[in-house]
Design a protein around this ligand. Structure first.
Ligand code: ZN
Length: 68
């Protein structure tokens, strides 16, 4: 059986263990457009947050106008 040459330090052990308890981000559905969004963030598809438009220029409109 292979035997470790050095003891694994607390730091190295904790750095490895940090990945074990990562939770998935809370995904919600946008009230305005129905797209999946991250909680407590502005919708990146329609720029709405808590039922009102945040940005002056909506990013999705800009992209579609340039593509068409
Ligand atoms: Zn939206």
């Amino acid at each position: 059986m292979a035997v470790p040459k050095k003891k694994t330090s607390k730091s190295k052990k904790n750095m490895r263990k940090s990945h074990d308890f990562i939770k998935a981000q809370n995904i919600l559905v946008c009230d305005n457009c129905g797209a999946p969004i991250i909680a407590h963030n502005v919708c990146k598809f329609c720029s709405y947050y808590k039922g009102r438009n945040i940005s002056i220029i909506t990013p999705t409109e800009e992209i579609t106008e340039n593509q068409v």
